[in-house]
Design a protein around this ligand. Structure first.
Ligand code: FES
Length: 160
């Protein structure tokens, strides 16, 4: 699956505007990349040399920082992130099956985004509501007591 999205000229113009606010401020790398991610939902790879030049850094330094933080993304993300809990309580109550169904219904593997950019599939460690296990989170909402039927209702209609 080709997930790469090439930034348009308009995107690059907007990236340059955001970068200009922090020009020559090495300390500003994190707020700057966060600002770009807030705008685009991810950090377009094309923005990395622009950021590096503006802050007086090497592109590899910018890339290194982005790679270090799990919350920073260089690939487009889905409008909704589906997170299947892989904590122990969820796992023993069928979380593995729920993950398998989520993969099947969305047509993507863990860490991937659907080609229409609607969904990104992830797993998470315990989200703290083990009493409802197995759990799945879609966007900000937790769906507890998951079973194959509920997973189908939740994900199949929207998946590939
Ligand atoms: S293990 Fe899934 S919520 Fe705790």
């Amino acid at each position: 699956m080709d997930k790469a999205k090439v930034a348009s000229e308009a995107d690059l113009t907007r990236i340059r505007e955001i970068v200009a606010e922090y020009s020559q401020e090495k300390w500003a790398l994190i707020p700057l990349v966060q600002g770009i991610q807030n705008e685009f939902g991810y950090i377009p790879p094309e923005s990395i040399p622009i950021i590096a030049r503006a802050l007086g850094l090497f592109p590899s330094q910018v890339q290194g920082v982005i790679s270090f933080y799990a919350q920073l993304y260089t690939e487009p993300r889905g409008k909704k992130v589906v997170r299947v809990c892989r904590g122990t309580a969820c796992h023993v109550r069928g979380g593995k099956t729920i993950l398998k169904l989520a993969r099947q219904y969305l047509g993507v593997e863990e860490g991937e985004t659907t080609p229409d950019l609607e969904y990104t599939l992830e797993t998470v460690a315990c989200i703290g509501v083990c009493a409802l296990a197995p759990n799945i989170v879609v966007g900000d909402r937790v769906y507890g007591h998951m079973n194959p039927k509920k997973a189908e209702q939740l994900l199949k209609k929207s998946g590939g």
